[in-house]
Design a protein around this ligand. Sequence first.
Ligand code: B12
Ligand code: SF4
Length: 499
Amino acid sequence: MAGYDLRMNVLLLYPEFPDTFWSFKHALKFIRKRASLPPLGLLTVAALLPKAWAKRLVDVNVRKLREKDLAWADVVFISGMIAQQESAHALIARCRAAGKTIVAGGPLFTLGHEQFPDVDHFVLNEAEVTLPAFLRDFEHATARRVYAATEFPDLRATPAPLWELADMRRYASMSVQFSRGCPFDCDFCNVTAMFGHRPRTKTTAQMIAELDGLHEAGWRGAIFFVDDNFIGNKRALKEELLPALIQWQRAGRGTPFFTEASINLADDAELMRLMVEAGFNQVFIGIETPEAAGLAECNKRQNQQRDLVADVKRIQRAGLEVQGGFIVGFDSDTPTIFARQIEFIQQSGIVTAMVGLLQAIPGTKLHQRLNREGRLIGQTTGNNLDGTTNFIPRMNREALREGYKRLMGQLYAPGPYYQRIRTLLREYGPPKIATALNGRNFMAFLQANVRLGIFGRERFHYWGLLIWTFFRRPTHLPLAVTLCIYGHHFRKTCRVLGL
Ligand code: B12
Ligand code: SF4
């Protein structure tokens, strides 16, 4: 991007997440971190900006936006997802009041820029395509209001994110991205609308350089591969990336990885073995529902005609803890769905079970269908775990809301929650690389002993689990404590959301 004469001070701004299940806010306090992950989109955009421009990141999840940040900036680049819209509106109003030029991009704006009249320029879709045209026009003071694209960039040209802009000490994990896009076509998901069906990957050399960069910057903790579906291109994984990661770990890195994948991972023992060997110890999987009718309705073909409990257990036994996404509120759901979901989740030992009410996100096939049927009511909050929905469900609205509330209450009550941890630990094969024990984790353990073991209403479950794990699965003790802390976060979030 050399060649831009203009010199700019760019403030990269990331809005606040609401207090939700995914924020892990109440768990992060135990390890004295402010947020789970840095804003990788903004850090990637920063790397695409001219080198000569000065850049500063303010992620308001980890620190406040100060007046002097605004005074310093010539232009503000703001990102975000729909769940951050409230904070984004507030930040934009502050930047506008300070007279700054505002440039916005990322999923929140790509799917609904019309709601932000105060933004000067929208640079939508993937910045690798739209940003160069904007920068050229901006330099000549001819920038348009909206830059959008229908083509998808080749990630082999994407530069490494500028991690040095993030204050790494404040985050629980770092993130990298190997691929974008997903071969599947679930009707509620906006990933394919934004990133297409053909998984596009970076090269192995790019990934190793990114990981080396993080390591050189002093990062020693876990790293999240934020791919929509990490196993979208199995060949590239098996033949190139995973062998290289195994080699990378051999230099004594000991870095735990986690990611997202589809359930067909369970069909490929070789792929699971390589992933575990490479340091993966956790995977998030969209399971959605144990009901065949619900899976057919949302076109989740890859989950159909399977024994999903057996699949989850196979993945756990391979050494990957499964976190699961679940949905209630499909048209085909009847009031029995709540009990069915609980039964499934308890049996499968998915401790971190993110159960959401179906929401229709703009740009998805679900949104189009509900629009045609005249069933949309208002905007989505973008967070399907806050107990709201933006369409008229087939099930009675009150029954849905009440059933959801009951489900969440039962799922995260200490009894069933701690039972699930045991179910998991019975199956879970030892991961190759587990989270390292360090001073911070030890302090978290001591805090957990006091907050959960003495003052928590789960105290008997807590000590019971620790003793059980100590004798039956001693290597999993750190994981057991981590999951106890997550449970505390989930229960607190349920209370905050009135669930
Ligand atoms: C990592 C991640 C998270 C992390 C966020 C960490 C963080 N600090 O960013 C965590 C786990 C916390 C998270 C949580 C949630 N997430 Co999330 N998450 C992702 C994921 C998997 C990767 C994001 C990422 O880092 N991508 C890599 C970067 C490089 O890509 P990018 O951010 O898109 O950036 C590119 C462009 O968008 C653009 N761009 C981005 N920002 C900007 C800014 C400017 C100025 C410009 C010019 C360009 C630009 O350029 C970049 C390079 O091309 C995406 C899926 C995806 N594929 O993006 C979902 C995704 C963003 N999440 C989503 C959702 C719904 C959620 C939750 C609401 C889930 C829930 N039900 O609770 C929660 C919300 C959190 C909360 N507490 O309320 C949706 C967002 C939908 C939407 N339209 O808003 C996505 C798209 C997934 C999906 N299936 O729909 N998430
Ligand atoms: S498998 Fe996941 S990322 Fe792919 S379309 Fe379905 S929900 Fe979206």
